[in-house]
Structures are given as C-alpha cells and as structure tokens.
Design a protein around this ligand. Structure first.
Ligand SMILES: [Zn+2]
Length: 379
C-alpha cells in the first residue's frame, strides 16, 4: 500500500492544479477507483470539477455510507525560486516528499484513495457503502465544490452517515490531533449613521464615532457563552473600522465596522444576530447591517466514527490523539449539513501553504493504514 500511496501522491503533485483547477488529478483517481469497481459520477459546477465515487449499498446506520473527502486544488506557489525543490517536481529527499499540496492535501488524498481501493480489493462484498467526495475548489471560493455536491446528495435523499476529511490535522507530532468539529464563523458589515458637519459646529452634526463608543464597548466585552466540553467560548473580533474623510475639520457622517465571530454550539447565528440588534437598539443607533454566515458550527462529539478514528490512530501511530475543534473552516462544515458525523485527520500541518511544503512519506503510509482501519471498524 505504501508504494501505491507515494506514487499516486507524486503524480498528483506533478499536476499544477492551482485552485480551482484540477489538471487531470480527478481523472487519475477515477481510473484507479473504476478499475476496482467503483461507480464514478462527475458533478462539475462552474469552473469546479467534483467527483462522487461509490462502491456498495447503504442500508441505514447498521450498513452505513462512509465517505472520504478531499480536494485536488492547491494554493499558489508564490516565488518559485524560493523553493529548494521545484514545487511541482514531487521530489523525495531523505524520506520527505516536497511540493505544493504535499501536506494540503494531495498526500493524504492519495492515502484516502489507496485505502479505499485496497479495502474494496480485499473485501469486494463489504457491507454498507464507501464514497469518495473529491473537489477542485476547497482553497479558493468554495462555492461550486463540496457545498454543491452536498446539495445534490441531499436533493436525492442519499445518506452519508460518516465522513473522514483528509485535511492535515497533526500539529506537533503525527497523530496527535483529530478534529471532531469546527466552530461557526459569521461576519457583520455594520454602518452606523450620523450627520456629517464642521467640527466647529458640532450642534449641527452627529458624530457616529462618539455615539457608537458605548455600543462598541459592550459588543467587544460581551460574554456570549463559556464554551463547552468540545469548544472554547465564542469570541468576537473587530476586523476593520473606518470613519472620517482624512480632514481634521470634518465630523464623519458614517462609521463602518466589520466584525467576525467564531462561535461554538452554545449559540446560533440567530441568537447572535438578535443580540447585536438588541444592543444597537439599546444605544439608539441608526444603522445598516448585513451578515455573512460562512459556516455553522458542527460537532461529531465522541460518536462511533470519532471512537473508530481514535482507536485506528492508537493502533497505527501508537499515540492517543487529542480531540480538537480549533482552527479555521474546512469543507467539513458543508458535509455536516447532511447530519453526517465528520472528523478530520491527516499528516502534519506545519508547512501547509508555505514555501517548501512537505510531508514525511512514512506519515502518508500510516494515514493509509489508519483510513483503512476506520473502514474495517465501521463496515
Ligand atoms: Zn486543504
């Protein structure tokens, strides 16, 4: 299995699939999976290529559908002359595979594919269903990728009970972290309206900076919740704030504030919006506000998939992983909309999106064993 994983990872890295390009990566994967009996369905949307490959039949939670999810796109290389080995050469030096996407996430994608392929070869009549959900747009807009495939599956009433996303989750040591949920993320663009005027005639104007100060203090010190067993407390940060014309004698007519919340399952986007509206009303602020929800929080807690993943990591990597919900958003947020138990597990994430991105080939081999072990436990 190890050699298969490494050679597939190299072939994927050699295709310069900068988001949302795929550059033939998915065809390569489809050919391999079709050869062992997977059904391949192409779901392109806009400039994004998506693939849903399945094997077997799902029949409720006892014969579940378990999906492996990943992306073929990578972030740009930046200045290529900064790289010790060219970013699409996929060179292996001293047991380390170098290249853009090596860690995020063509290496673990290869491990997911080979694990599924090997499992199906060894167990052609396995119970339940295995699905691979692969997209070429995770790193950029993420508008036509996993989210659209999930919509399609939901419209068809196709169940996905469990999902392993191969994103690099290990932080200090291989296998130390399994992500069993993610916080939600929501952004507000708020304009506090005042009346522009001359600073020498304040009675003829209304300064929105002054009228907002009480509100902003309350907004930034309000305790939303105390977190819970799986999540840290919800936090709010002002990301941008702007007022004034640049002149020292003009009272600004408007104050623009953009703030973002990373929130846990103790609150909801509805609760957040209502509370902010209440604060704005309390301070009598005339305003316009618009909200952008990038992802609701999701939590696999300590369910069957989480337990299977923990045991698999313990067996293969000889370490007990910590469950963690930190970090930014991933495509797991879309898959969780189906009521799916989602975990993320993959190699070290220390070099992702950096120059000289790399991954240890031993980690990829172990990822393959861990993914296969999870299939054995759940199917
Ligand atoms: Zn990624």
């Amino acid at each position: 299995m190890k050699n298969n994983i490494i050679s597939l990872a190299q072939s994927l890295i050699q295709r310069p699939s900068i988001s949302p390009k795929d550059e033939g990566c998915q065809q390569l994967i489809a050919d391999r999976l079709a050869a062992v009996g997977f059904n391949i369905e192409w779901l392109p949307f806009g400039d994004t290529l998506n693939m849903w490959a399945t094997h077997g039949t799902e029949n409720g939670i006892d014969e579940p559908c378990i999906a492996f999810a990943g992306h073929t796109d990578v972030v740009p290389t930046g200045d290529e002359s900064q790289w010790t080995y060219p970013p699409f050469s996929a060179e292996i030096v001293d047991g380390v595979l170098y290249g853009r996407g090596a860690a995020d996430m063509k290496g673990s994608l290869a491990a997911l594919v080979v694990a599924a392929e090997t499992f199906v070869k060894e167990n052609p009549n396995h119970k339940g269903k295995i699905g691979l959900l692969i997209t070429s747009d995770e790193e950029a807009a993420a508008k036509d990728g996993t989210v659209k495939v999930v919509e399609t599956l939901m419209q068809r009433g196709e169940a996905v009970h469990y999902c392993v996303v191969g994103e690099p989750s290990s932080a200090k040591q291989f296998g130390d972290i399994i992500k069993n949920g993610r916080r939600g993320s929501i952004t507000a663009d708020l304009c506090i309206e005042g009346i522009q005027g001359h600073v020498a005639y304040p009675h003829l104007a209304e300064n929105p900076v002054h009228t907002s100060l009480g509100f902003l203090t309350e907004l930034t010190t309000y305790q939303w919740d105390n977190g819970n067993e799986f999540f840290p407390a919800t936090s709010l940060q002002i990301a941008n704030i702007k007022a004034g014309t640049g002149s020292n004698n003009v009272i600004p007519g408007e104050l623009y504030v953009q703030f973002n919340l990373r929130y846990c399952t103790e609150v909801s986007d509805e609760i957040i919006k209502a509370k902010v509206a209440e604060m704005l009303q309390k301070y009598g602020l005339k305003h316009r506000i618009s909200w952008n929800l990038s992802g609701k929080p999701f939590l696999a807690g300590n369910g069957k998939l989480v337990q299977a993943a923990v045991q698999a990591v313990e067996k293969v990597a000889n370490i007990t992983p910590k469950l963690d919900t930190g970090g930014g958003t991933s495509d797991g947020r879309f898959i969780a909309l189906m009521g799916t138990e989602v975990v993320e597990f993959g190699p070290m994430n220390t070099t992702i999106h950096k120059v000289n991105e790399c991954v240890a080939v031993d980690e990829l081999a172990k990822c393959g064993e861990i993914y296969q072990e999870i299939l054995k436990k759940l199917l």
